[in-house]
Design a binder for this molecule. Structure first.
Ligand SMILES: [Fe+2]
Ligand SMILES: [Fe+2]
Length: 398
């Protein structure tokens, strides 16, 4: 083995380690494509995943366009598209045959070639596609997970065909990538199933209280907007987004006679009603899952008030966990601005004036300031999740 081969082997091993330790799907796909381009000197490429027998282009990179247009504009050009598995496209053929498809120059092909080059993209973006390499990503069972397509190998500034050693490396990368992608898809699906159950638990509790499923969706999205505006970091924002649906899960333990009583509650009934915070904390205790731990924090503290007059523990100021400070405002904002069985939505000016008045007494001034900075975006959330239709499909698509 030459020194260069040994060095390349070591680099490939390092990429394999990096791939297997990246569990977030979109980051993983970006990494697979950029590393494959780096090893094969490809100017551009697209990574497809097999979804129900079609190839969906998930990631595209193009160095020439990125240099010409800047990374933002070149990324914006990319639109997800789908190609069928079959001989209508180079990527489709690689999936169909489970084998590498390698074309030296797509613009200079024999007339009887099964792959006819579609110049639409090149014309639209003043690009020139020549050499092409499509490698199927096969899992351990030999099923097609996706296709890695690489475009325009560059050597000494010229576009050249992909060399045999590049094809070899691309095949090695594609098989490592297939395993990593399958693991990431599995992790994502387990996470989604878990979060879906949590949301439905939250909805079950709100349902008893005649709230809609959309109430918790709106509260989740308002909380996310506030948390993002407060620059909490994407992991923390995601935790708050996923944990907030359970803020009232303790209502499952409140008797119907109190939960659904029209009109004002007696003092003794109010004491029972306020127990929903501690019941929620009990339901959610003793979990090692961060999302469950934050859910518990929010469930127990979302009725605390900044000035210490809330319940159940009369915490003041920053004694109240930040996540609960955020959900407290999001929850009250939604109650004020939505229709409830006992009231119509308040007019916008009234909602704003109540929230402003209660800043510093009920709400954290910092959370409130962040909320008003994202106020316009909260209106879009209200439109998307209005109470005419309750659906989980829209939960993450905003
Ligand atoms: Fe509550
Ligand atoms: Fe609520």
């Amino acid at each position: 083995m030459t020194q260069i081969q040994a060095q390349q082997m070591e680099e490939l091993l390092n990429v394999g380690i990096a791939l297997s330790s990246t569990h977030e799907l979109s980051a993983l796909l970006e990494m697979i494509l950029s590393e494959s381009r780096r090893f094969t000197y490809a100017d551009a490429g697209t990574l497809y995943l097999n979804k129900n027998g079609n190839l969906v282009a998930e990631v595209a990179q193009n160095n020439t366009l990125r240099r010409r247009l800047g990374s933002q504009r070149s990324t914006a050009i990319f639109r997800r598209f789908t190609v069928p598995i079959g001989f209508d496209s180079i990527a489709g053929a690689a999936a169909e045959t489970r084998d590498v498809v390698h074309i030296d120059d797509v613009q200079n092909q024999p007339h009887n070639s099964p792959f006819q080059y579609n110049p639409a993209f090149d014309r639209a973006h003043n690009y020139s596609t020549h050499s092409n390499l499509a490698v199927p990503m096969l899992n351990r069972q030999g099923n097609v997970v996706g296709v890695l397509q690489l475009i325009n190998a560059i050597h000494d500034g010229q576009i050249v065909p992909f060399s045999d050693s590049c094809i070899h490396v691309a095949k090695a990368l594609a098989s490592q990538a297939a395993v990593a992608v399958e693991n990431a898809l599995l992790t994502e699906s387990l996470k989604n199933a878990n979060l879906d159950s949590l949301r439905r638990l939250g909805v079950a509790a709100e349902w008893r209280d005649k709230e809609t499923a959309n109430h918790i969706m709106r509260v989740s999205h308002f909380s996310q907007l506030i948390a993002e505006e407060m620059r909490l970091g994407s992991d923390h924002v995601e935790l708050i987004f996923n944990a907030s649906p359970m803020h009232d899960v303790g209502k499952v333990g409140i008797p119907d006679a109190i939960l659904n009583k029209p009109g004002r509650l007696e003092d003794s009934e109010r004491v029972v009603m306020e127990k929903h915070c501690e019941i929620g904390a009990d339901i959610l205790k003793d979990s090692d899952e961060p999302v469950m731990q934050v859910s518990r924090t929010i469930a127990v503290a979302h009725h605390e008030k900044w000035d210490g007059t809330g319940y159940p523990n009369k915490l003041t100021g920053d004694q109240i966990p930040l996540e609960a400070q955020i959900v407290a405002l999001a929850d009250v904002y939604d109650a004020l601005s939505s229709k409830r069985c006992y009231k119509d939505p308040f007019p916008e000016e009234k909602v704003i004036s109540i929230l402003k008045n209660d800043t510093g007494s009920h709400f954290s001034p910092i959370v409130s300031a962040a909320f008003f900075r994202v106020y316009e975006a909260t209106k879009k959330v209200r439109e998307t999740f209005d109470d005419t239709e309750a659906t989980f499909d829209k939960f993450v698509s905003l």
